[in-house]
Design a protein around this ligand. Structure first.
Ligand SMILES: Nc1ncnc2c1ncn2[C@@H]1O[C@H](COP(=O)(O)OP(=O)(O)OP(=O)(O)O)[C@@H](O)[C@H]1O
Ligand SMILES: O=P(O)(O)OC[C@@]1(O)O[C@H](CO)[C@@H](O)[C@@H]1O
Length: 327
């Protein structure tokens, strides 16, 4: 069974403003609301792909009710702890010409509630996967994932960590099964600026050597790279698509990689499937549905087969001329 943990869920409130002028009233032409937060997004895609999972974490107030009701309507198994005070945050996504995001802070989580979460995780059986993803509210220590992995190590639980900066680096010593930073996060860690899957591979290998078993680095529209648990390197591309809203694209990759491994696929195929899931979400309003994912996976396989067939071919530069005569 896969368990996702979202410490700071959200109502993702997507607005479509036609202008974004600071200091003036701007108007939106449409709005959508989604149950959000990284672990919740992973659970949503896993459920869409028919993989058994449970979404855990903390919710509070009327916005917490919205998150819970939405997940339950989507048939997602939930095991959330209700906070006595405060509301689950609202994260505003201004989907204009340039996407602008304002994420809320989220409610305070008392230590007694964190202990309750640990008691629930204590009951998770050996062979389970625990997905620790997303930011941790500022009221809690930023070595939280590291601490959880140490606390529950030796139980036969596989840990997946997708978190920024120190949260990720602190978790490596506990040898997580799978991590998924993006190329910018990797760049910040190593003081570099890798963009393409080929450029991130050496850094992915270093993260692998520091303890992470599978290191998948997403590179936005460029595709993604993987150093797998056997130390083998893979790169993939993105299926061509029109970008609609990339919120949750990285989480969709995490879900896609886990879903493919759950089906017994190879690491290389799992990377391709993860890329298809990411791009399918980037091309959708909200998270992708299964049929979009399968369509993107098939179009990625065509693209990769094409790339392989033409590998090593000399690139002939096409020079455009003003007249219609053939060169
Ligand atoms: N412009 C794009 N065109 C096609 N696919 C994209 C684009 N941007 C993102 N994707 C898909 O989404 C995946 C994840 O994107 P990205 O590397 O931005 O991850 P991320 O920063 O973790 O995402 P997020 O935090 O928005 O969930 C990419 O590997 C790719 O499959
Ligand atoms: O504020 P955080 O926890 O860093 O990110 C939260 C968030 O932006 O990430 C998800 C997409 O990955 C959204 O559903 C959600 O709003």
């Amino acid at each position: 069974m896969i368990y996702t943990v979202t410490f700071n869920p959200s109502v993702d409130y997507v607005m479509h403003p036609t202008t974004l002028d600071m200091g003036y009233t701007n108007r939106s032409t449409a709005e959508e609301m989604y149950a959000g937060g990284n672990g919740i997004n992973v659970s949503t895609i896993l459920t869409e792909l028919g993989v058994d999972n449970v979404a855990m974490g903390f919710i509070g107030g009327f916005t917490g009710d919205f998150v819970l009701n939405t997940l339950q309507q989507q048939g997602i198994n939930t095991n959330f702890i209700r906070l006595d005070k405060g509301n689950t945050r609202i994260n505003v996504k201004l989907n204009g010409i340039i996407m602008t995001i304002i994420n809320g802070m989220g409610p305070n989580i008392p230590i007694s509630k964190v202990d309750e979460l640990f008691t629930r995780i204590d009951r998770v059986s050996s062979g389970s996967t625990l997905v620790l993803t997303g930011s941790i509210p500022s009221c809690l220590p930023d070595d939280m994932y590291d601490m959880m992995m140490s606390k529950f190590s030796g139980r036969g639980i596989r840990f997946v960590v997708d978190a920024p900066g120190d949260l990720l680096m602190n978790a490596l010593a506990a040898e997580p099964f799978f991590i998924k930073p993006n190329n910018h996060e990797v760049g910040r860690i190593f003081g570099a600026n890798p963009e393409t899957p080929e450029e991130v591979l050496p850094y992915a290998r270093q993260l692998h050597e520091k303890g992470a078993q599978n290191v998948l680095v997403s590179c936005g529209g460029y595709g993604a790279a993987l150093v797998d648990a056997n130390g083998e390197e893979h790169v993939t591309r993105c299926p061509p698509c029109r970008l609609v809203n990339a919120t949750g694209a990285g989480d969709s990759m995490v879900a896609g990689f886990l879903a493919a491994l759950d089906r017994g696929w190879s690491y290389g195929d799992a990377l391709n499937y993860a890329s298809a899931c990411g791009s399918a979400t980037a091309a959708s309003n909200g998270l992708a549905n299964r049929s979009t994912i399968e369509r993107f996976y098939s179009s990625l396989n065509h693209l990769l087969a094409d790339e392989k067939a033409h590998a090593g071919e000399e690139v002939v530069e096409v020079v455009e001329t003003d007249d219609d005569s053939e060169a």
